[in-house]
Write a protein that binds this ligand. Structure first.
Ligand code: G3H
Ligand code: 13P
Ligand code: ZN
Length: 315
């Protein structure tokens, strides 16, 4: 069942965070549904601009409709990740998305508000919810690299004005995390104090944590042992998610960790089975491992086990 992120956030606020997982292909999609249904968690499917153009934008939309039929018990939102204004309109008009993120965080405050407000008007007219970003994360996003020095933490003093003037449904905050597998390269760690200040300014309003992969060291070790070269990769402590949820985080974005599962599975499989050239056995292993990964992540987020209650609320 496809729902809006707004609906999910109303139910989850202050209690748990919903996992927002980026997908690009069929195997990820199947593993994602399997992992969430098995761990009984609501979830958010995230589609980036890069994911839309990987094959064709209609491909993922159509596969999601099929997955909805294959897994009738699943409750999820379909969300555009880091959209520019035009891509937001394209997704709003496609009928396949229940929410979009307009990311004008690189613009000045007034311009960010102006762009976000236009997208909110178009989205709300069709019952679609909107996430926007204030402050700027470091890391790599759509091939654009923002150094940690150029990243800007969200200013808590701007949060209320931004939320009120834009009419957004959720606010992505920059609190020291960054995209990709090399987080916290400087001295700065995650700023839970800034998160607490933001919640104080916009109490009860859903907040979003981007760049939240935990880059498990065991995963990195296995990838490197199978021929990979990920040196100095590190991520967010997943044990912080429940505290973040109490501080208003209702959506936690995870992409990199899923890529690491893919890299580990494929590297180890081809190292151990040099004679294999059939892609289905390895695809099956990946779907199972990805589902397991999703279930474990949902435990950390507190979203695991919430599905029955959601079905009762949503009818
Ligand atoms: O924030 C960026 C996401 O990890 C999506 O990455 O643009 O390479 O699909 P992508
Ligand atoms: P990670 O790179 O930490 O997985 O973050 C993903 C993200 O924020 C997608 O919007
Ligand atoms: Zn992001």
């Amino acid at each position: 069942m496809i729902v809006t992120t707004k609906k999910l956030f109303e139910i989850a606020y202050g209690k748990y965070a919903v996992g927002a997982y980026n997908i690009n292909n069929l195997e990820q999609l199947m593993g994602l549904f399997r992992g969430n249904v098995d761990s009984k968690a609501p979830f958010i499917i995230q589609i980036s601009k890069g994911a839309r153009s990987y094959t064709h934008k209609l491909m993922l939309e159509t596969m999601i409709q099929a997955a909805d039929q294959i897994f009738p018990e699943a409750i999820f939102a379909v969300h555009l990740d880091h959209g520019d204004e035009q891509t937001c309109y394209d997704c709003i008009n496609s009928g396949a998305y229940s929410s979009v993120m307009v990311d004008a965080s690189h613009e000045e405050f007034e311009k960010n508000i102006e762009i976000t407000r236009r997208v909110v008007e178009a989205a709300h007219a069709k019952g679609i919810s909107v996430e926007a970003e204030l402050g700027q994360l470091g890391g790599v996003e759509e091939h654009v690299k923002v150094s940690e020095a150029d990243a800007k933490l969200t200013d808590p003093n701007q949060a209320r004005e931004f939320v009120e003037r834009t009419g957004v449904d959720a606010l992505a905050v920059a609190i020291g995390t960054s995209h990709g597998a090399y987080k916290f390269s400087g001295t700065q760690g995650i700023r839970m104090d800034v998160l607490a200040e933001i919640q104080h300014e916009v109490p009860g309003f859903p907040l979003v944590m981007h760049g939240s992969s935990s880059v498990p060291q065991e995963e990195v070790k296995r990838i490197n042992a199978a021929g990979g070269e990920l040196k100095g990769a590190k991520g967010v402590d997943a044990d912080l998610f429940k505290r973040a949820a109490e501080l208003g985080v209702t959506k936690v974005n995870i992409d990199t960790d899923g890529r690491l599962v893919w890299t580990r599975v494929y590297r180890e499989y081809f190292r151990d089975h040099p004679e294999v050239f059939d892609f289905r056995p390895i695809g099956k292993v990946f779907m199972e491992e990805y589902a397991k990964f999703i279930g474990e992540k949902n435990e950390k987020l507190g979203s695991a086990g919430q599905l029955d209650a959601l079905h009762k609320i949503l009818g």
